[in-house]
Design a protein around this ligand. Structure first.
Ligand code: AP5
Ligand code: MG
Ligand code: ZN
Length: 215
């Protein structure tokens, strides 16, 4: 199964991706997580990406497209994958489509987690993430069991560098301008599925499974 997760910052893509990836045994590939890992390792890619991410802007297409092309050829992707945060521009979507078509393949769906803007700031400023495994928590809606350490791996959870109110607003503007056209794009490809992302984490997951299983 090949799935693209769409949705604004804070929609719950990372949160749902963990559960989808476990249930359907497909790797969760998050371009944001890959960039953040490269930042902690201070690789040339990380140093370049950080300049954009700190401002809430998109990392340029050429860097991102090459990164994903390479990742999708790895062994664990041969039975499918779940893309979280990619594609984010029409150019990225076209590149993905061309790469798939070259192998006579196509996406199973692009799943939009629909959350209106007024919900987002509260979700982002309350978010805590595990710097080691990428798990996402929320101080009110989904706190780690002991309040400070990741349930999965025990590392202390932290606030993401780009989760300040001003950067979040900028990321939302960037989403509306550069990424939201993908909703129409995937509608046109007959691949769009939409779930209501304002429900509880468990209820959103239920909707997602129902949609996927009805394909
Ligand atoms: P990325 O890491 O992809 O960030 P994003 O798209 O801004 O999305 P988030 O990770 O912030 O939100 P999410 O939807 O995963 O929400 P989460 O599950 O954590 O990208 C970061 C940056 O990297 C970009 O700005 C860009 O610079 C660069 N980048 C990445 N990909 C790129 C690309 N393809 N091209 C160019 N640049 C790229 O949930 C949020 C919070 O809400 C959590 O606290 C969670 O616990 C809580 N929550 C989740 N669901 C619910 C619910 N149902 N009810 C209540 N709370 C909930
Ligand atoms: Mg995420
Ligand atoms: Zn962890």
């Amino acid at each position: 199964m090949k799935i693209v997760l769409l949705g604004p910052p804070g929609a719950g893509k990372g949160t749902q991706a963990k559960s989808i990836s476990n249930k359907y045994s497909i790797p969760h590939i998050s371009t944001g997580d890959i960039f953040r890992y490269n930042i902690t390792q201070m690789t040339p890619l990380g140093i370049e990406a950080k300049k954009y991410m700190d401002k809430g802007q998109l990392v340029p297409d050429d860097l991102t497209i090459d990164l994903i092309k390479d990742r999708l050829t790895q062994e664990d992707c041969k039975n499918g994958y779940l893309l979280d945060g990619y594609p984010r521009t029409v150019a990225q979507a076209e590149s993905l489509k061309n790469a798939l078509e070259a192998n006579n393949e196509k996406l199973d769906c692009a799943l939009l987690i629909d959350v209106p803007r007024e919900f987002i700031l509260d979700r982002m400023t309350g978010r805590r993430v595990c710097p080691s495994c990428g798990a996402s928590y929320h101080i009110k809606y989904n706190p780690p069991k002991n309040g400070v350490n990741c349930d999965e791996c025990g590392n202390e959870v932290i606030q993401r560098a780009d989760d300040t109110a001003s950067t979040v607003n900028n990321r939302l503007d960037v989403y509306e301008k550069q990424t939201s056209p993908l909703v129409e794009y995937y509608k046109g490809e007959n691949q769009l599925l939409v779930v209501d992302g304002t429900q509880s984490i468990n209820d959103v997951f239920k909707q997602i499974c129902e949609k996927i299983e009805a394909i």
